[in-house]
Every structure is written in C-alpha cells, then in structure tokens.
Design a protein. Structure first.
Length: 209
C-alpha cells in the first residue's frame, strides 16, 4: 500500500510540474545570425520560474562591433511577479537589475535607483504577450518602467523549420514608440518566434528546439 501511495504521489507531482527548454537563433539584417537565446520555463502548480541566457555578437570581417550577454531569472506565484534578477553585459559593461514583491508593490532596484511598481507589473519578455493586465512592464536590462499597448491575438499559420504551426500573433508597442514587438505564440502559449524593432533595426528570434 505504501508503495502504491508513493507512486501516486510521484505521478501527481509529475502532473503538477512541467519544464520547457527552448533555444532560439537570433538574426539581424544585414548581419545574419548573431547569437542564441535560451529559456527554461518551470511550472509547478501556480508557481512559474523562467530563466534566460543570451549570447549575441555582431561582427564584420572578423571585427566584433557589438557584444551582449544576458542572464535573467524571474518567478511568478499565482500569476503575480514576485522575484526578478538580471545581469545584462553590453560591450563589457554590466548592469544589474533586481526586483521583489513587497506587500502590494513590486520593488525594482537598478543603477538608476529604487522604484515601487504596482503588483500587476510584468517584465517585457515574450511570455507576457496577451497576459491580462500586462499594460505596465519594466525593461529587464535597465529596470525602467513603461506602459505598453497590445493588439492582435488573432489566429494565423506560420512555418518554422519546414513545420507548419497554428499560432496567435500579438503586436506590442511601448508608450514612447521606441520599441515594437511582434510575437507568435502556439496553443501552449509558448513564443515560437518574436521580433524586436528599435533604433538598431529588426532582430528576429526563432525557436529551433
């Protein structure tokens, strides 16, 4: 009997916990493929942990023009962001951003100081597309808070790696218009491709596994 109970408990735990390991290639015209972006999403009941690493390098004729390294972790509990830690190293200069839930606020600390945000705030990552209340986000590389508007969500079809996929497409714009995002999510709300459009041009992230 004890063995049966233990097996049932293990099966229930497996049903509650799920883990996704995703790898994206990063492409930017006219430089071509410039790096990789890796995300792990762990879900256990109502708790979700997302960790991200990115390694990006722009080179011309063997000369490195730009280098970016990203390491981030965030945790959500019952849909609320409760923890964030990120280090962004751009051309050798590191910026650290931290965040944690405190009562009815989310406290963000960056080199620019400490700010208290509402509990509904999200990070500006592709997983937040279409989330209810995702109208106020903070930039994980700087900690800056901005409003965003989201449109779309219509179902469409795309092909990635020769495989046709049914997805929902979202368009997200920051309030100042400096950044535009286009995100394609599958039926599990996994971003299979997303674009970032800013003053540097268009950068495309495409899931390869």
């Amino acid at each position: 009997m004890a063995v049966i109970v233990a097996c049932i408990a293990m099966m229930a735990g497996a049903a509650r916990a799920a883990e996704q390991h995703l790898t994206y290639t990063v492409h930017m015209s006219p430089y071509g493929t410039i790096g990789t972006y890796r995300t792990t999403k762990q879900t256990d009941g109502s708790d979700t942990t997302i960790t991200t690493e990115a390694h990006i390098k722009v080179s011309v004729a063997g000369v490195v023009l730009y280098r970016l390294e990203i390491s981030r972790a965030e945790r959500q509990a019952a849909g609320r962001l409760v923890y964030f830690h990120g280090v962004t190293t751009e051309n050798g200069n590191a910026t650290e951003v931290n965040g944690k839930a405190a009562g009815d606020r989310f406290i963000i600390t960056s080199p620019n100081g400490t700010v208290a945000a509402p509990p509904t705030i999200r990070t500006s990552d592709p997983w937040s597309a279409g989330d209810p209340g995702a109208e106020l986000v903070f930039m994980p590389d700087t900690g800056a808070i901005t409003r965003v508007s989201t449109s779309g969500g219509e179902q469409t079809a795309i092909t990635i790696g020769g495989n046709p996929l049914q997805v929902r497409r979202y368009h997200i714009s920051t309030a100042d218009g400096r950044e535009q995002y286009e995100i394609w999510m599958d039926e599990r709300r996994t971003p299979v491709m997303f674009n970032i459009v800013d003053h540097d041009g268009t950068t495309t992230f495409t899931m390869v596994k």
